[in-house]
Design a protein around this ligand. Structure first.
Ligand SMILES: *Cc1c(COP(=O)(O)O)cnc(C)c1O
Length: 494
């Protein structure tokens, strides 16, 4: 199985191996890599997989997509990535919160957000890809972050063979907790740098480094090349397919559904990566019926699903679910390709770049609507869902998860569809303690991380995750701040 660009309109696209797709990230024509065929999963496969622990479920699914990878190596990488040490209590537990709604908790990893599910394994996949493609240089990962991704990337890439990583964050653009998490980062191959300005300044600085051919030459002379940890890399998407298969297996094992009976899936969506992984699982044969695409006030996807018009030219809202504050959902391109083909995809993406919007053909929208329902939740609705979920279901959930729970409620009300539904729970409520406390009706005014965690613990009677508590006492390793124009210096002088 090869990987082809979503924008390759040639009659017989040749494509690249999965190792090359993971090493390159983006295709040369700026399209995203997609497998030429989606492998199939039968009910008896699912029965077999259900008997396995998470790391073996992961190795089994990944090997179906990464055909050029050594199976034993995949298993040993998955075993390390999803170990008890990294995911205490299991990688993706499924919790029934009532009425056939199941919370798939994807935040039990080292940084307490769902990005860990992909970023614990992806660096190992890249490390193998470098070896498999005979790459002699080291890869240097550059990340600009507004919070969650930077920390998850640092944890994932720390001390991985053949790779170094530098993360830039805007000095005043991340929360106290997020800053603590990054500046105390352990690892021999990691570097963290604060940048004067906002997220866009940091992001533009990283883009400028990628585009600078002198810097690329200098890097080559020093024995490395620049690479990104972007969510459009297939190596980040493939590991996300696993937990939907895993969730279905757990539903079957618990007797909530019979093997072959369908479940629905509801996903709080930003870049469309997480929900697209569920769609791949469905395409493979996993019994998924409807998929609810949940957005916050930045409801560009809700509008797209309902009207076929994707229009990024709109007001940007800062919300309490910041990881979904996105107006360009990059991975949607993969859905257009899968259901509409390369020709349509290329056309839509060119229009998006040129006009800031596109209208997808009706025939494509009909296919999308066979499965996808788009809903959005306002800030008020999300706060109310946090409160109601805690008070009525005794379940404490973060704002991203509650956007999804709020959307699911609307979907169920509109359609009367009470099929068991797996809701992707994407962050620990303790990562967003202040908003959660405020939604529960007891705002916490302190900026002290220790006080913030403590307040939510007392309020909810639950315990903050160990990795978040641990950062409170870890020494700060990275204290420098630089100007956006000097961002490359620390890579060569560090
Ligand atoms: C990244 C993120 C999302 C959005 O996931 P996409 O794959 O970009 O759709 C949702 N919730 C949290 C907490 C995240 O970190």
């Amino acid at each position: 199985m090869n990987y082809v660009s979503t924008r390759d309109v040639s009659a017989n696209p040749i494509g690249v191996t999965s190792a090359e797709a993971i090493k390159k990230g983006l295709a040369p024509d700026k399209g995203l890599y997609m497998p030429t065929a989606i492998p199939s999963l039968s009910l008896s496969d699912i029965e077999e997989i259900a008997a396995l622990p998470y790391e073996k479920r992961a190795a089994r699914i990944l090997s179906m997509f990464l055909c050029d990878y050594d199976k034993d190596k995949l298993l040993s990488d998955c075993t390390e990535a999803y170990s008890e040490e990294r995911f205490p209590g299991g990688a993706a537990p499924l919790v029934h919160i009532g009425d056939g709604v199941y919370s798939l908790e994807l935040w039990h990893g080292p940084t307490c957000a769902f990005k860990d599910m992909a970023l614990q394994i992806m660096p190992r996949l890249l490390s193998s890809a470098l070896k498999m493609t005979g790459e002699e240089k080291r890869a240097h990962i550059l990340v600009a972050t507004s919070g969650d991704t930077g920390k998850a990337a640092l944890e994932g890439y720390r001390d991985v063979d053949g790779i170094d990583i530098t993360v830039y964050f805007p000095v005043d653009g991340v929360s106290t907790m997020q800053k603590m998490q990054m500046t105390t980062q352990a690892g021999e191959n990691v570097n963290v740098m604060a940048v004067y300005g906002n997220f866009d300044d940091a992001q533009n600085g990283v883009k400028a480094i990628f585009a600078d051919s002198d810097l690329a030459k200098k890097a080559e002379e020093c024995g490395f090349f620049f690479s990104s940890a972007n969510s459009i890399n297939w190596g980040r998407l493939a590991p996300q397919i696993v937990y939907y298969v895993s969730a279905y297996c757990d539903l079957v094992k618990s007797g909530a559904v019979k093997l072959g009976e369908k479940m629905n899936v509801c996903v709080p969506t930003g870049n469309f990566g997480n929900i697209f992984a569920a769609y791949i699982a469905k395409t493979m044969g996993l019994p998924i019926d409807k998929m609810i695409c949940a957005s916050n006030a930045n409801c560009v996807l809700t509008d797209f699903i309902n009207t076929g018009l994707y229009d990024r030219q709109r007001v940007f809202h800062k919300t309490m679910s910041p990881s979904m504050d996105i107006l360009i959902s990059s991975n949607l391109e993969r859905l257009l390709f899968l259901l509409g083909g390369a020709e349509t995809t290329k056309d839509c993406m060119e229009k998006l770049t040129r006009d800031g919007k596109y209208q997808a053909p009706d025939s494509l929208m009909e296919k999308i609507r066979e499965t996808f329902y788009g809903y959005s939740a306002s800030e008020e609705e999300t706060a109310a869902t946090i409160k109601a979920t805690y008070e009525k279901k005794n379940y404490l959930a973060d704002p991203h998860t509650c956007v999804a729970l709020g959307c699911l409620e609307k979907y169920r009300r509109d359609t009367g569809d009470s099929t068991p539904c797996v809701v992707a729970s994407t962050a620990s409520p303790y990562k967003f303690s202040q908003d959660v406390c405020a939604s529960l009706g007891s705002p916490c005014t302190s900026d002290e991380p220790a006080v913030i965690l403590d307040t939510l613990e007392k309020l909810s009677g639950t315990t903050a995750p160990a990795p978040l508590k641990a950062t409170l006492t870890m020494p700060v390793r990275f204290k420098s701040v630089c100007d956006p124009k000097d961002m490359a210096d620390c890579i060569f002088n560090g």
